[in-house]
Design a protein around this ligand. Structure first.
Ligand code: FAD
Ligand code: FES
Ligand code: MG
Length: 284
């Protein structure tokens, strides 16, 4: 069964969002879960994307993705009315939601997309939400309005100072940890290096920190081992044991090494794709 793209929008230079028909996935999904999509057929690459939102009545899911390589570029080229061959999900364990008290939600780049449904659900459970959103520059910042709606306090940082505070997210995070009323939980989602340094900050203050890991995935059923990480010295599979983990127990250096394992092949595939489909950048 294929899945029609009901609507599609470009959010920033390389970030896109689409509402896609997937009735059963929309009805079953809980915050924190993801889907595996393959665009054309069984020979397409399978890529994991977080289900950023759902509309169970309309039977649609919302995906937000950053164009970083061949498959995300191919998806960015698709238009309203086009069909995606396969959407498998919901996958992964849902986020544990309860009233913890004060939760700091830290998002970096495209990490804001998987963070938003979690922050929404935490707000719905009665938590006070302090959101810290970071981007390299103003153009790359996404979902600011959506976070403003559900945050009791919103702090924006950019690396180049083009918007908000010129800082890395770890700076306001450290300040939040030093307040009289210490946060009860930190949720950090973004590039592995950002999550690593957020965890180093929160460890000093002994604040529980949840991260959502974006390892390479292939089957997403716990069989292939592609998404293996070291957690507390033991192997875990992000697709079935995660994607969320206690960040203080993750070996981020090993995770980053494994993320880079296929860099040459990915670069080659993207360059070949661009050569044959040189419409990138023309799509809105
Ligand atoms: P490539 O050039 O093939 O790869 C670029 C980089 O993406 C690689 O170096 C590697 O770090 C990563 N990557 C490559 N292949 C895979 C793969 N099969 N699985 C995972 N990572 C891969 N991205 C978003 O933009 N939005 C999301 O909501 C989102 N949610 C995710 C949720 C989970 C649980 C995981 C594991 C990843 C998520 N990602 C998300 C990352 C996304 O899957 C990758 O950016 C995408 O697969 C890259 O594919 P590509 O062919 O365009 O790029
Ligand atoms: Fe294959 Fe997780 S993706 S084991
Ligand atoms: Mg790829």
């Amino acid at each position: 069964m294929s899945h029609k793209i009901v609507s599609k929008k470009q959010l920033s230079e390389d970030v896109f969002t689409a509402e896609i028909e997937a009735t059963l996935v929309a009805r079953a999904r809980k915050p924190g879960q993801f889907a595996i999509i393959s665009i054309n057929n069984e020979y397409s690459e399978r890529i994991p994307l977080t289900i950023a939102d759902v509309d169970p009545q309309r039977g649609t899911i919302c995906l937000i993705w950053q164009r970083v390589g061949k498959t995300t570029a191919e998806l960015a080229q698709m238009r309203q009315g086009d069909e995606i061959a396969n959407v498998t999900g919901p996958l992964g364990k849902p986020t544990h939601i309860e009233n913890f008290g004060t939760v700091v939600c830290v998002g970096g780049g495209i990490g804001n997309a998987p963070l938003l449904p979690i922050a929404k659900a935490l707000k719905g459970a009665g938590n006070t939400i302090i959101s810290i959103l970071g981007a390299r520059n103003k153009e790359l910042l996404i979902l600011e309005d959506e976070f403003a709606k559900i945050s009791d306090e919103l702090i924006i940082t950019t690396d180049d100072g083009s918007y908000g505070r010129k800082a890395l997210v770890t700076e306001p995070l450290k300040e939040a940890c030093m307040r009289d009323r210490k946060p009860d939980l930190v949720v950090a989602i973004g590039p592995a290096i950002m999550m690593k340094f957020c965890c180093e900050v929160t460890k000093q203050f002994n604040i529980p920190t949840q991260v959502s890991l974006n390892t390479i995935m292939v089957d997403a059923t716990g069989m292939c081992g592609g998404c293996r990480v070291e957690y507390d010295g033991k192997p875990k599979f992000v697709c079935v044991d995660g994607p969320e983990f206690d960040g203080h127990k993750i070996d981020f250096d090993l995770m980053m090494k494994r993320l880079n394992a296929y860099k040459n092949q990915e670069k080659q595939a993207y360059e070949q794709y661009k050569k044959h489909k040189c419409k990138i950048g023309l799509d809105k």
